[in-house]
Structures are given as C-alpha cells and as structure tokens.
Design a protein around this ligand. Structure first.
Ligand code: MF3
Ligand code: CO
Ligand code: CO
Length: 276
C-alpha cells in the first residue's frame, strides 16, 4: 500500500488535489533542499560577463551530482536545466551562450529537480554587479516580501484566496503590478498539478487549505503594466511594455499547525544582496 499520498481533496475547478503523508514530506524535503542548494552553488557565478548557458551547465552538473534529474530538461520540449530570466523577461527565459549578464541587470534563476521521484522547484533573484538602479532593487525587495506575505497566510483552514490577496496587497502598496497569466501550482510526484495558485485573490475565497497539500508560491511582479507576451521561441515570456519583472519561488507544504518551506537556502542566501 502507498503511504505517500494519503487522501485527495477537490479544488475550486473540481480537480483532484493529492494530500501527501509523512514519507512524501521527507522526499519533498530532500528534493527541495537539492533545488535550493543548486541556487546556492551557482550564486558566486552570477556576475557581469557570464553567459546564462554557463550557469545552466553548472546547474545541470550540480543537480546530477546530487543524485537528481533536472526536471525542465525535455519537459514539453523545453531545452535546458533551468529558466534564466533577465530584466523584462517575466519567466521561462531559455539559457543561451549569446545571453551574457551585464552590470545593473536583475535576473531570476529557476531550478526544478526530480530526486527519487519527488519534485523540488524554487527560484531567486540576483542583482548583477554593484550598480543596480534603486527602482530595480526595490522591485526585487518587494517581490520577495510579496512571496513571504503569501507564504505567511498558509495554514489549515486558510483559503488560497488569502495567499493571492496578501501578495497583491504588497505589490499594489508599492505601485507595482502582479502577473496573472502564470500561477503557482501543486507539485509532488508530478511537476504541475492542481491546485492553481493565483498571485492575486480575495480573502476567504477559493480552496480551503488542509494538511498534506503541497504547492509553489511564485509571484511575478512588474514595475509597469501586468501584461505579458510569449516570444517566437514559444517559451520566453516578457512584459508587453518592456518594464522590469521580478520573481521568487518557494515550494511549501501545509502542516497540521501551519506551513513548511521545502526550498529554504541551506546557505542562508534568501534574498539579495548575498554578500561576498
Ligand atoms: N520551474 C518553472 C515553474 O516554476 C517551470 C518551468 S517549465 C519549463 O513552474 F519548461 F519552462 F522549464
Ligand atoms: Co513552479
Ligand atoms: Co520554478
């Protein structure tokens, strides 16, 4: 008998949401730790002049060295082991030899691993060099605060709408906008599962959280308008007005008393600046 999935509940769209048990939580903890350690590992290399393809190679090597598989490689035809999204790229930037980071960029690196069948998904922002503009730094700070405000809502009996509302309030209080074309997602023994986790919402609305639910919270916050478009490569999403966009992502589980974050940085590199 499987003891990893202990039950199911139904989300607001009628889709089945698995509830994971203690064995699953142990597997998810390990997968989340490997994904987070991968971001720690590449942090010293995120600097002016580096090609995003070089970061991707280091990510693939570290994930495989840890016994994992890069989950994005070949996923729906995606060609790389990470997504690396610079400045006005919202998400799903494809690493490239031709794309080199320059002084003043802001960049998101998003890594998903599969370890012993369990998925771990996390992303962080970096400030490239020492001369990132004040408004760009503020966008990165506010996006981190928005993600953490969303995570703080997670507990049994809370609603998914509470999570979206908390994120939206932080963004709007700072005159930034929230992307609605991409969501967080259930995750566990699959990559993208129900429920959809919107980064906007109304308190008391949408699914009630129960212990054993596992999902990501990964708000994308724009300095300008919220609208996005996907480029001709079929992956890279950008802001339509070319304003800056930032994102952080944690994978969390609902516990009996609150929330567990599976993807905390083992090195304490939670938000930039990450120091020397
Ligand atoms: N890691 C991304 C997420 O947070 C998904 C990337 S899918 C890819 O959900 F195919 F674009 F890599
Ligand atoms: Co995700
Ligand atoms: Co991700």
């Amino acid at each position: 008998m499987r003891t990893d999935v202990i039950d199911h509940v139904t989300d607001s769209q009628g889709l089945s949401v698995p509830l994971y048990g203690p064995e699953a939580f142990e597997g998810l903890r390990r997968a989340g730790r490997l994904a987070a350690a991968t971001l720690d590992h590449i942090s010293p290399y995120v600097c002016p002049g580096v090609a995003t393809a070089e970061l991707d190679r280091r990510i693939e090597a570290f994930v495989r060295g840890g016994g994992g598989i890069p989950a994005t490689l070949g996923y729906k035809g995606y060609p790389a082991s990470s997504c690396i999204s610079v400045n006005h790229v919202v998400n799903h930037g494809i690493p490239s030899e031709d794309k080199r980071l320059v002084e003043g960029d802001i960049v998101n690196v998003d890594v998903t691993v599969i370890l012993d069948g369990w998925y771990g998904d996390t992303s962080r922002m970096w400030l490239v060099g020492e001369r990132v503009r004040v408004q760009a730094r503020k966008l990165v700070d506010v996006t981190y605060e928005a993600m953490m405000a969303g995570i703080e809502q997670v507990a049994p009996g809370a609603h998914l709408g509470d999570v979206g509302a908390a994120i939206m309030e932080v963004a709007h209080a700072n005159r930034f906008s929230v992307v609605t074309e991409f969501c967080g997602h259930g995750i566990g023994h699959g990559f993208h599962q129900p429920p959809q986790v919107m980064h906007v919402g109304m308190r008391g609305r949408d699914m009630v959280l129960v212990p054993g639910m596992v999902f990501t919270i990964e708000p994308m916050i724009n300095a300008g308008r919220p609208d996005t478009k996907v480029l001709a490569d079929g992956w890279t999403a950008v802001t339509r007005d070319r304003s800056l966009s930032a994102q952080f992502e944690h994978q969390v589980g609902v516990t009996r008393t609150g929330v567990e974050i599976f993807t905390l940085s083992p090195a304490g590199l939670h938000r930039p600046p990450y120091g020397p």
